[in-house]
Design a protein around this ligand. Structure first.
Ligand SMILES: [Zn+2]
Length: 131
């Protein structure tokens, strides 16, 4: 098995412990996976502190890029399938069916159009006048 010395921690490790990087001479990163990841994490953390808005923008962009890949789409479909089985999803579905039947009239009914107090206020006055 071929080995390589990590430029960051100095440890000699198996080639499998280095990420593949086609543009570098050995076809692998100079730092081992552990060091490379630590470096990436540190850089990400620093960027997050320096410009949180940019960090979120990048993360969202990466997420959208992933959602367009075959793997991302499969993961999204699987998550949707998982969600549809939950009680919350069932409740939402039931609410939507209920709402579709009533339509917009259902919400309009709660508006100022139909309010009985006007008639309720009127009756005592009439009965007082009559007696
Ligand atoms: Zn290392």
């Amino acid at each position: 098995m071929r080995k390589r010395k990590c430029t960051a921690c100095g440890e000699v490790k198996a080639l499998g412990e280095f990420y593949i990087h086609r543009r570098s001479p050995g076809g692998r990163h100079a730092a081992c996976k552990k060091c490379h990841r630590a470096d990436v994490d540190a850089r990400r953390r620093r960027r997050r502190l320096e410009d949180p808005a940019d960090f979120l923008r990048r993360r969202r962009a990466a997420c959208q890029r992933y959602a367009r890949t075959a793997k991302g789409r499969a993961a999204g479909a699987a998550a949707a399938r998982r969600y549809r089985r939950t009680a919350k999803a069932r409740a939402r579905r039931a609410a939507r069916i209920h709402g579709a039947r009533g339509g917009h009239a259902g919400t309009a009914g709660h508006g100022p159009g139909t309010r009985p107090p006007a008639a309720g206020q009127d009756t005592p006055g009439h009965s007082e006048a009559n007696t």
